[in-house]
Ligand binder design. Sequence first.
Ligand code: CO8
Length: 263
Amino acid sequence: MSFKYLKYERIENAVLLTFTNTASLNALSSEVIAEISEAITEVEKKASNDPSLRCLILTGEGKAFIAGADIKEMDKLKPIEACEFSQAGGTVMRKIEELSIPVIAAVNGFALGGGLEVALSCDFAYASDKAKLGFPEATLGIIPGFCGNKRLVDRIGKAAAKELIYTGRMIGAEDALKLGIVNKVCPADELMDTVLSLAKEMDKASPNSVKEAKAMLNLCSDNDLETMMAFETNKFGLIFSHQDAKEGKEAFVGKRKPVWAGY
Ligand code: CO8
């Protein structure tokens, strides 16, 4: 697939999607948002036919992951257009979050505003030790607008989220790790190898189990324990009708590697 502002490539068991609009530090213009949406649709299509595709990795070229929504474009927006922009971005964040395979953010540099919202829409993030993260919106007179308020609260709790958003403070990767915004910090030149080997590690797991676990985990923050128990009990029963549930257990008993069936 070819795009103006993205590089789309298959590497081993992953699709690597790289933001390449380095002149604006990979800022999210409406054109970029539309391209990301198209790329995610393509990955979903591929994943449904090819169980060897285990995850999508998002990263940025140059010194930024994404330095936020495109401020120059937003500068011209009327309120109704700002709503439309927020809705378009929010829809893409949801698409990333709901992709049937895991999405990992490899945060190579600045992940600010809408850029951090993209990282928070991923299943989780690994960061370079050079990364800088934050929500500078309030310093621009606006607020996070791609549903980043909710995702940040879900990720790090309300008080820590409020501190970051009220100050617009930019934090380093180690602080982001302490807050739980990223799962791991790597030396910059090792980030991509580390993320690719994490992706390889998922080959051990059944693609169907990962898909079902992702759907279940995504439901957790908006449902109480009773509801989740009901969902989980139901899904747990259903998964026993999938070939992989038989294969995984038989392989363990037979002391061999499982051969996964796909979806
Ligand atoms: N939008 C547009 N252009 C940008 C952006 C951006 N977010 N970030 C950087 N650029 C451009 C710069 O204008 C500059 O372009 P030019 O060379 O034409 O002047 C080029 O990228 C390089 O940037 P700098 O020279 O500033 O690079 P520095 O290394 O000096 O600084 C920073 C890097 C600190 C990252 C700095 O560029 C910066 O502060 N950028 C803005 C960060 C920011 O505030 N992001 C949040 C934006 S708001 C947002 O994301 C809201 C999301 C929700 C929207 C809801 C819809 C309504």
